[in-house]
Ligand binder design. Structure first.
Ligand code: WQD
Length: 331
């Protein structure tokens, strides 16, 4: 019988899309989420346990009760700026919490972990596209929590035989194509939700952080990856581990860079009106340009992105519109 996947943070943005993709394939899933930032509705009909990853007794009993062999671990704080003001909050939750989760996993006989890592572990990349062999040099507390957990996972494999895949996401964006789930803009600080909020709500103009960078149009370049593509990478990672794959870290991006201006032009195409914005000073710590070398994901996971910037912007816009006017958009 197929064993169960425990998804921590499954009520969050990327977690809920992944849970939905797993359910669509009929895979047994159980979600663990504190609901501090997650949304119970986003879990849809998957079983939800409300609780903390640091609660070893709870995690062990959930794993035993549901016959869990694999944990897909999303639960973490993710605000880079906040991590530089309250580092201990990030060390406690993202690192210490994960160590408790892993100890509970080992105690319950769990064999595999898929970990939500980040392209931010590379800091400012030495060369682009960014491949997995580049130096790990995090430039924020948040990014370092991801790099440290990757290393901890290496030791748990060596010591306990717990195999893992760390997925280093580039810029997650977009929403489900039926507008059922998406990224709540109340907490989001990322370009796409903030730009769409400026357009739909009109109470705050978007600040574009610099247009004098050495890029074709002067604005920073990023690799935006659709959240359903990200979800697919998790399913592929679970399969790799279940088929005996070794512990590894893999970039999850499209391999294509888009500038801030290209994103704004794309939103204007989708919405039929421009995003109200002002050009302001550069934001400290922003790398000029970063995008993934996606070859390892193709070779190791058999995964590659299916969607591009247009699908990301179209799905994100329709999701925010449905939230804004309080009714679902056409699917
Ligand atoms: C994108 C671009 C900004 C907001 C973040 C995390 C990183 C990783 C990916 C996961 C940049 C510009 C943004 C705004 C703007 N996450 N921008 N005005 O910083 O590339 O990466 O997500 O682990 O760790 O830091 O994403 O969406 O903030 O910025 O001009 O109001 O949009 O300068 O060029 P970022 P972002």
């Amino acid at each position: 019988m197929t064993r169960t996947i425990l998804v921590t943070g499954g009520a969050g943005y990327i977690g809920s899309h992944t849970v939905r993709a797993m359910r669509a394939e009929g895979r047994p899933v159980v979600v663990l989420d504190t609901l501090e930032l997650g949304n119970a509705d986003a879990v849809i009909d998957a079983p939800l346990v409300v609780g903390d990853i640091a609660d070893e007794a709870l995690v062990t009993s959930v794993c035993r009760e549901h016959d869990v062999d694999t944990i897909v671990h999303f639960a973490a704080y993710k605000n880079v700026g906040e991590s530089m003001q309250q580092p201990s909050k990030y060390f406690h939750n993202n690192i210490d919490g994960t160590v408790h989760l892993l100890d509970a996993a080992v105690a319950a006989g769990v064999q595999h972990v898929v970990f939500s890592s980040s392209c931010s572990v590379y800091g400012t990349p030495e060369r682009i596209p960014v491949d997995e062999d580049q130096t790990i040099q995090p430039e924020s507390v948040y990014a370092d929590t991801k790099a440290i957990v990757e290393r901890i996972l290496g030791w748990y494999d060596q010591v306990h035989g717990l195999r893992s895949v760390s997925l280093r996401y580039f810029n997650a964006a977009g929403a489900s194509f039926d507008s059922r789930i998406g990224e709540d803009w109340d907490y989001a600080l990322n370009l796409i939700p903030v730009a769409i909020r400026a357009l739909l709500r009109g109470d705050q103009r978007l600040k574009v952080f610099g247009d004098d960078y050495p890029t074709p149009d002067g604005t920073c370049v990023r690799d935006y990856i659709h959240v359903d593509d990200l979800a697919g990478a998790h399913l592929a990672a679970v399969d790799l581990l279940r088929n005996g794959g070794a512990t590894t870290a893999v970039n999850v991006g499209t391999g294509i860079g888009s500038s801030v201006k290209q994103v704004l032009d794309g939103i204007e195409r989708v919405a039929g009106k421009p995003v109200p914005h002002d050009i302001v000073d550069r934001r400290a710590g922003d790398p000029v340009s970063t995008f993934a070398e996606p070859t390892r994901a193709r070779e190791v996971l058999g995964w590659q992105a299916r969607y591009g910037l247009d699908e990301i912007l179209d799905s994100a816009y329709r999701w925010h519109l449905s939230q804004h006017v309080g009714r679902p958009a056409a699917g």
